[in-house]
Write a protein that binds this ligand. Structure first.
Ligand code: CA
Length: 225
């Protein structure tokens, strides 16, 4: 699940990003309203978390613009302003829920899960043959066997499952999992894919992760074209 967090207070942003990543979410952070709006309109996210008080564009303005543009992604608003007026304004701008700062991280998680469950076209499960990923409980199975993955392993497998049958280059994988600023010359992708293969494919007769020489990797059933 990809989350965009728009929060200008760096310590809050870092804390939430780290916490969400530990729960296997892939998190992008924008530090001002304009950047947040651009990212929300240029990449696909499963959930947006918008702080209200932001430089350039407020969370409420971002929300209004996104809804006016037809974006239906669930939006959770973070507000330090504990007044009825602000909550109403947030919800009327098109946010699905709000949370007043300071809040407990466990409450943020619960709100996000509730929003994802309610989202009209959200997927709760991704599958390929006997490989099954439950996006809400963050669990992966191959047949009856549960597969325990690291946070990055889970994120990579989710990206593969959302793009099954498509060849994904190392650069695409790095951009989606680690973000744009990551050194594209590292072998980190190959290392993670090697671990992923040991978990997903090792011991199973049908392999699902395939190397495409000179191009990248593809997740597909062996007999698919
Ligand atoms: Ca703020």
């Amino acid at each position: 699940m990809r989350v965009l967090l728009v929060e200008d207070e760096q310590n809050v942003a870092n804390f939430l990003k780290k916490g969400l990543e530990e729960e296997f979410y892939t998190v992008d952070v924008a530090e001002d309203g304009a950047e947040g709006y651009n990212m929300a309109t240029s990449k696909e996210y499963d959930c947006l978390i918008l702080d209200v008080m932001l430089p350039q564009l407020s969370g409420i303005e971002i929300c209004k613009k996104l809804r006016a543009a037809g974006l239906k992604t669930p939006i959770l608003m973070l507000t330090a302003l504990d007044s009825i007026g602000n909550k109403v304004e947030g919800l009327e701008s098109g946010a699905d829920d709000y949370l007043t700062k300071p809040f407990a991280f466990s409450e943020l998680l619960a709100r996000i899960r509730a929003l994802l469950r309610r989202a009209p076209d959200s997927l709760s499960e991704l599958t390929l043959q006997d490989l099954r990923m439950d996006l809400l409980s963050r669990r992966v199975f191959r047949g009856d066997q549960e597969i325990l993955l690291t946070q990055k392993g889970f994120a990579i497998l989710e990206y593969f499952l959302r793009n099954k049958g498509r060849v994904l280059s190392r650069t695409q994988i790095i951009e989606n999992i680690w973000g744009y600023n990551f050194d594209p010359n590292t072998n980190v992708v190959d290392v993670h894919i090697k671990f992923l293969r040991e978990k997903i494919d090792k011991g199973f007769p049908k392999k699902l992760i395939h190397t495409v020489r000179g191009a990248g990797y593809v997740l597909k059933a062996e007999d698919d074209q």
